[in-house]
Design a binder for this molecule. Structure first.
Ligand code: NOJ
Length: 566
């Protein structure tokens, strides 16, 4: 008999284990730090929930949605910057590290959010932007005021190479030179990102002290850790050497393409990370790294030689696999899983196009959304979700340059349209503005919100949302999925990615069909030391028997099957 194995059934099977889910203390019963088996969820505060109907999301809005997040299976939220900011880069330009942007509420709202999170066992993490500040920050205002100001050396100031010539050839990630001439003191300051985001000079110990004070201040207020923004560009070469230029091509901003060897990944940053980790450890807090890397060696370095730097360096190489390729994902997983550190998987975020658009083929998009969920939520490691992925939100890119809100899109239009598309309001229901706000939101709601929204999808048994819910429930309660070794299966299969998660004799098998055809998969379990002939379906994204023979598992196009070996 073919049965549908949807959320309800799974919940029933898992009910008994549900008690083990709660992670009240900082270590679980096996001594794992709290964050290791937690599911993190990134919230873009401007777009999550608007409690006061001004078109902009806010902290009380987030608090009002914690019960939803609890139901979904989220253990910790990371809130993108919510500090006072002139918003040239939507919060990543901080003018005061000790407050809350009035658009989002007040300090007491942050305290209330942390307290409400504690009641539900949902931890709250902030975004810590260490590398640069806003040019409106009083530190920079002082620094730029004169060459002899006490904070002059808090930022990176240099003389130009000649009249109107920047100190070297480094380019900004948002286009153009990374140096801006500042007339009052006739010197140039360095900004890896947008000009109003001057980089701090981390070679100055006073900068480290000021930032570690900020860190402690928030940790004492009860936040559970930080996502560390742009740590790779925290230091630049002490000699300010030019980067080598690669070929004659230009990037989307019309700048030469450079090999960023002198403005990125300088070894000194690891010393700061070690000292910052010591601060975080005082509070059992966790550091998540925005760690863009070119290869696995760089990623490994972020964990620290003694595991004493970033607890959770996010693997972004995974997000660069922009097609459904079993071979490519298999290779990437092998790298990260074999790195020696605890893997951290991410599929998208406020800088990366949504999964629905990156992998959707236009015909099987919902299946593909579930497939990708099954991938990153059944691998060995911690998962960092992005709001709205669980309902299949898609990108809503601006159509006209005058609509663009992201500085990157304004500067790069039309080749680079920026990141507004992946930052649109969360879709709560089918009413006007998707239930995000009673008034027109700061970014337009994505047009499919009438069917792709929380309320609607909660009521549809086979929605993307209910699939996520089932998957997270399973993940939280299944030891093999939490802790099991990753064993790749059928490594020659170009269409289907399959693996086992094995823990103390318990084996969970995952089979992910990355193709548009039905695949009959014969798993090479025995040669991998798992001689199981049958398996019980735990969760499938398509109709499938409750028990299958491992000699032939039939998987629908883009289907995801998870079962336990018997
Ligand atoms: C990294 C953030 O994720 C991104 O959104 C921002 O634009 C850059 N830092 C620069 O501030």
């Amino acid at each position: 008999m073919r049965v549908r194995v949807w959320s309800g059934t799974v919940l029933l099977w898992l009910g008994m284990a549900a008690g083990a889910w709660a992670q009240k203390s900082t270590v679980d019963e096996e001594g794992h730090p709290w964050w290791k088996h937690a599911v993190f969820y990134e919230i873009y505060p401007r777009s999550f929930a608007d409690s006061n109907n001004d078109g902009v999301g806010d902290l009380p809005g987030i608090t009002s949605r914690l019960d939803y997040l609890k139901w979904l299976g989220v253990d910790a939220i990371w809130i993108a910057p919510m500090y006072p900011s002139p918003e040239v880069d939507w919060g990543y330009d901080i003018s005061d590290y000790y407050g809350v942007n009035p658009d989002y509420g007040m300090l007491k709202d942050m305290d209330a959010l942390v307290a409400a999170g504690k009641e539900r066992n949902i931890r709250v993490l902030l975004d810590l932007v260490l590398t640069y500040t806003s040019d409106q920050n009083k530190w920079f205002q002082e620094s730029r005021s004169s060459r002899t100001n006490l904070k002059r050396d808090w930022y990176i100031w240099r003389d130009g190479k000649g009249p109107r010539q920047p100190p070297n050839n480094w380019t900004s990630n948002f286009g153009g030179s990374a140096w801006k001439y500042d007339a009052p003191t006739s010197q140039w300051y360095y900004h890896y990102f947008y000009p109003p985001q001057p980089n701090l000079n981390w070679r100055n110990p006073a900068v480290e002290k000021a930032m570690f004070d900020v860190t402690r201040w928030w940790l004492k207020r009860g936040v559970a850790g930080f996502r560390l923004d742009a740590v790779d560009v925290m230091f630049v070469d002490a000699q300010f050497r030019d980067n080598p230029v690669v070929g004659n091509d230009k990037n989307a901003f019309g700048d030469p393409v450079e090999r960023e060897i002198y403005d990125k990944n300088q070894p000194e940053l690891h010393g700061v990370l070690r000292r910052l980790r010591a601060v975080a450890d005082e509070f059992n807090a966790v550091l998540i790294g925005e760690t863009w890397t070119n290869d696995i060696a760089q990623l490994k370095a972020y964990y620290g030689e003694k595991g004493n730097e970033v607890n959770m360096p996010m693997d972004f190489m995974f997000t660069t696999v922009n097609k459904l390729s079993a071979a490519e994902f298999r290779k990437q997983i092998a790298w990260v899983d074999g790195s020696g550190g605890w893997p951290v998987y991410v599929m998208s975020n406020h800088d990366i196009r949504r999964v629905y658009d990156r992998y959707g083929d236009g015909k099987h998009n919902d299946q593909i959304a579930k497939l990708m969920a099954a991938l990153y939520l059944t691998l060995r490691g911690t998962a960092v979700m992005y709001y709205g992925e669980e309902i299949g939100m898609r990108n809503n890119d601006p159509k006209r340059p005058e609509d663009v809100k992201d500085s990157m899109g304004r500067l790069g239009w039309p080749k680079e349209k920026g990141r507004d598309g992946e930052r649109t309001p969360m879709q709560w229901n089918a009413s006007a503005n998707a239930g995000f706000s009673d008034v027109e939101p700061w970014l337009p709601v994505e047009e499919h919100y009438k069917s792709y929204n929380v309320r609607n999808e909660k009521s549809e048994a086979d929605s993307i949302l209910n699939y996520y819910h089932s998957l997270l429930t399973l993940r939280h309660t299944n030891k093999a999925l939490l802790e099991g070794k990753y064993i790749p299966l059928n490594e020659d299969d170009a269409n289907v990615l399959s693996y086992v998660r094995s823990y103390k004799g318990q084996n969970v098998i995952v089979v992910l069909n990355m193709s548009a055809a039905v695949r009959k998969v014969k798993l090479n379990l025995a040669e991998k030391g798992v001689p199981a002939k049958r398996a019980r379906t735990l969760l499938a994204s398509f109709a499938t028997p409750g028990e299958v023979q491992t000699s032939e598992i039939s998987v629908e196009p883009f289907g995801a099957w998870v079962g336990e070996a018997e």
